[in-house]
Design a protein around this ligand. Structure first.
Ligand SMILES: Cc1cc2nc3c(=O)[nH]c(=O)nc-3n(C[C@H](O)[C@H](O)[C@H](O)COP(=O)(O)OP(=O)(O)OC[C@H]3O[C@@H](n4cnc5c(N)ncnc54)[C@H](O)[C@@H]3O)c2cc1C
Length: 399
């Protein structure tokens, strides 16, 4: 059977796209192919579970627009389908003078992005929000929330099936070819599927999948593992909600934070270290082919030369619980190594251009075969329904 459209990747972006498409055009012959035996096993199932407010992003950027729209759509979706979430707010804490200046510009940025109710917190008032925090100044962001994105993904999958979409698991896409009839053939490790249009949302493998039809693609995914600790249950009282450091503008994804989880427990992290395999969740997971590809990519080499000291200190923190704890103590001085137990990890798909840039915004490549999402960085889980709408508009214009 020929499909109208095939989506590659059963993470939250692929699922949100499929859901939006079927809502806008019921009856579409839509197939979603996922290589794992369950959906959402990678970035979507291993993230921090934060509903981001849109505070950080450059006003007018795709990231800012999608986050703000996606935030509203996500909450409406959760309300409609009884998905558990909580808007608990967060504080961002400056712990040195340099960060105080950055925090103030963050406040302005939040206002430019239309966030209501964000307000500065003086040092002596920080403990009104988080009794165990210390810092020079803070920022209260009431819109931030917590959720389990697996709940969202499973609900999306159920609705897709109810609307007549098909999801096939354990189907790894290994090639995409042009068929003689002007259609496209998607080749998996277990059979081929014909379609008018392909949409790929393959996360950590988005570069490889895009390259099937765009061999000259000038972007590669560099995998960065984020490792978490958990607070021991008897120390969870140290954190009420969410406590964040001020982000370094050059590395907004760095900086360990505390997150109360919607299903219970408090996580501390993540750090960001180069993963030696795209799905390398453990320190010693290694895929020589993938590591070789990363090390040979000129964009990665440029980043490594420029930021080697940052990279090394993240690596050091990965091996030294003491160093990880010291970073956390900047926010909560009374926390000790003994209060932390090893938690899970997630691997970020960080797109890197040949010239050494780390792509910060969404990046979509369109070609004859279809639409390929090459970069969907955080907060793509928060923004997933807005990203899904953008991709579905592009797809429907071609169907
Ligand atoms: C540590 C960490 C913390 C984060 N915290 C947050 C947060 O708190 N809030 C937030 O909004 N965002 C957060 N993010 C970002 C967010 O999780 C991701 O941006 C989002 O999940 C991306 O979704 P995706 O569908 O693009 O990718 P993924 O969830 O990775 O899904 C891609 C899917 O494609 C499949 N696939 C790949 N190759 C193939 C193939 N060849 N054939 C078939 N299937 C294939 C994979 O198996 C996978 O299921 C975080 C990310 C990480 C890693």
């Amino acid at each position: 059977m020929k499909h109208d459209l095939i989506i590659i990747g059963g993470g939250i972006v692929g699922l949100a796209t499929a859901y939006t498409l079927l809502q806008v055009r019921p009856g579409l012959k839509l197939l979603l192919l996922e290589k794992e035996s369950r959906i959402a096993q990678h970035q979507t199932g291993n993230n921090s579970g934060v509903i981001h407010s849109g505070l950080y992003y450059k006003p007018g950027s795709l990231k800012a627009q999608n986050c703000i729209q996606g935030y509203q759509q996500l909450l409406a979706f959760c309300n409609q389908h009884n998905i558990e979430y909580e808007i608990c707010g967060k504080i961002v804490v400056a712990t040195d003078q340099e960060q105080v200046a950055l925090l103030r510009s963050l406040h302005e940025r939040g206002q430019q992005n239309g966030l209501k109710g964000i307000k500065p917190i003086l040092a002596e008032a920080l403990t009104d929000y988080e009794p165990h925090v210390a810092g020079l100044e803070g920022l209260w962001v009431p819109q931030t929330g917590i959720i389990n994105y697996l709940d969202v993904a499973h609900t999306l999958a159920r609705l897709i099936a109810e609307m007549g979409g098909e999801i096939l698991l354990k189907k790894k896409v290994v090639d995409i070819k042009k068929a003689t009839a002007g259609t496209t053939v998607v080749v998996t490790d277990q059979g081929t599927y014909e379609t008018d249009l392909v949409v790929s949302c393959a996360g950590l493998y988005s570069d490889q999948v895009t390259k099937f039809t765009e061999p000259a693609l000038d972007v590669r995914i560099v995998p960065f593992r984020g490792e978490y600790y958990q607070l021991k249950p008897e120390k969870e009282y140290l954190v009420k909600n969410l406590i964040y450091p001020v982000p370094d503008p050059s590395f907004p994804f760095l900086g360990v934070h505390f997150t109360r989880m919607i299903k219970g427990g408090v996580e501390a992290g993540p750090n960001a270290v180069l993963a030696f395999a795209k799905e390398g969740y453990k320190k010693y997971d290694i895929n020589f082919r993938e590591l070789f590809d990363t090390l040979c990519w000129p964009g990665f080499q440029k980043v490594a030369i420029k930021y080697w000291s940052k990279g090394l200190s993240e690596m050091y923190r990965s091996f030294s619980k003491h160093a990880f704890t010291r970073a956390l103590q900047k926010l909560i001085p009374e926390i000790n190594e003994d209060d932390l137990i090893v938690g899970g990890s997630g691997v970020r798909a960080q797109a890197s251009s040949r010239d050494g840039g780390l792509l910060d915004d969404f990046y979509i490549v369109e070609n004859q075969s279809g639409i390929h999402v090459c970069n969907a960085p955080s907060p793509a889980a928060t923004s997933s329904l807005a990203i899904g709408k953008t991709i579905s508009d592009l797809a429907l214009a071609r169907l």
